[in-house]
Write a protein that binds this ligand. Structure first.
Ligand code: CUA
Length: 363
């Protein structure tokens, strides 16, 4: 009977449990595969313990169900039993601890990395900065909100997209330095077995060597405010040659953008206001609101404020460098010079000023 139960119930249910839908992923790094194997070893050990313990328990319940009035066996103070039930768990724990410790040590070893990426979380986007290349960019949710709500109801595996994924080479040790601009986030890519908290003021380290090119997805894994659910992580692993090509292309694009910016010359007031609105809606509206009214007691209003309408040097300084101790972060890296000029102009004029005239910054 026991063998029937094992063959027809236990083994099929274990096999069923080991599908990506119910089990953890095997992943695409050596570490993630070790983690998966550890998880499975410990899972099977737990199953074996459960079978023995519950088997004995049910056997004794059924076997002795009619032994009325009999005294139960007594083994209080039995040295043999004490040794046995201490030794068996110790052996089981040691068997689990040896491979687990090996993997943990390997996971923490960020030395001898081929490339390093600084990952900074902020409400609600990721900033990736390559330390070996002059490349850094923000990676933001790009799926329209209405689409998310509609599609996610129909499709359980609905994926959120970003405007620009992190690109890394395969077969290279990539070190990630993880930190935050504001609150605690967590950078999580299940296929790499990587999940590191991004803490403001601290840098955590982790690493991955990806074995297979592809797109790997994760999500901010620390509740970080109203858009926590909309902070996807998308990583694209390319072969080392393709990665090199990608970096050259990025550098060329950055140079071209700089040249275009320099060649732009003077913008008309309408152009400035249009660019300012786009910039404001992308970077500022999440906190200061589309109306510029802020949130009473939490986020200061820009509409009609002295800061936004009169103290231009002060305003520019805060936008560029942020305001320590508040959620206002530095935008010196996030905004181009034109966007900076445009957003300051927009904030000064958008919601109407006392004279009704548009005020263009002097310089
Ligand atoms: Cu960032 Cu949750």
């Amino acid at each position: 009977r026991v063998s029937y139960v094992i063959t027809f119930v236990l083994l099929p249910s274990l096999a069923y449990a080991d599908t990506p839908r119910y089990n953890m992923t095997r992943g695409v790094t050596d570490i993630s595969q070790q983690v998966y194997q550890l998880h499975m070893i410990i899972f099977y050990i737990c199953c074996a313990i459960a079978v023995v313990v519950f088997g004995l328990m049910f056997w004794s319940i059924v076997r002795h169900r009619k032994s009325k009035g009999n005294e139960p066996a007594k083994f209080h103070g039995s040295l043999k039993m004490e040794v046995l039930w201490t030794a068996i768990p110790v052996v089981i724990l040691v068997v689990m601890a040896i491979p687990a410790t090996k993997t943990l040590i390997a996971m923490e070893d960020t030395s001898k990395a081929d490339i390093t990426v600084l990952v900074t979380g902020s409400q609600w986007k990721w900033h990736y900065k390559y330390l070996e290349y002059p490349i850094d960019f923000y990676s933001r949710l790009s799926t329209p909100r209405e689409q998310i709500v509609n599609e996610a109801e129909k499709d359980n595996n609905y994926l959120l997209e970003v405007d620009k994924p992190l690109v890394i080479p395969t077969d290279k040790k990539v070190r990630f330095l993880v930190t935050s601009d504001d609150v605690i986030h967590s950078w999580w890519v299940p296929a790499f077995a990587v999940k590191k908290d991004a803490n403001p003021g601290f840098i955590n380290e982790t690493w991955a060597r990806v074995n297979k090119p592809g797109v790997y997805r994760g999500q901010c894994a620390e509740l970080c405010g109203k858009d926590h659910a909309y902070m996807p992580v998308v990583v694209e692993a390319k072969s080392p040659q393709e990665f090199e090509r990608w970096t050259q292309q990025q550098i060329a694009e950055i140079e071209a953008a700089k040249a275009a910016e320099a060649a732009k010359g003077t913008m008309s007031m309408d152009e400035l206001m249009a660019l300012g609105k786009t910039t404001y809606d992308t970077h500022c509206a999440a906190c200061h609101q589309v109306s510029g009214e802020g949130l009473a007691g939490v986020i200061p209003a820009l509409k009609g404020s002295v800061m936004a309408t009169q103290d231009m040097p002060g305003h520019i300084h805060i936008v560029l460098h942020g305001k320590p101790g508040t959620a206002m972060q530095a935008y010196s890296k996030q905004l181009s010079n034109s966007e900076m000029a445009a957003v300051i102009t927009y904030e000064r004029n958008a919601w109407g000023n006392s004279t009704g005239d548009l005020v263009q910054p002097a310089d």
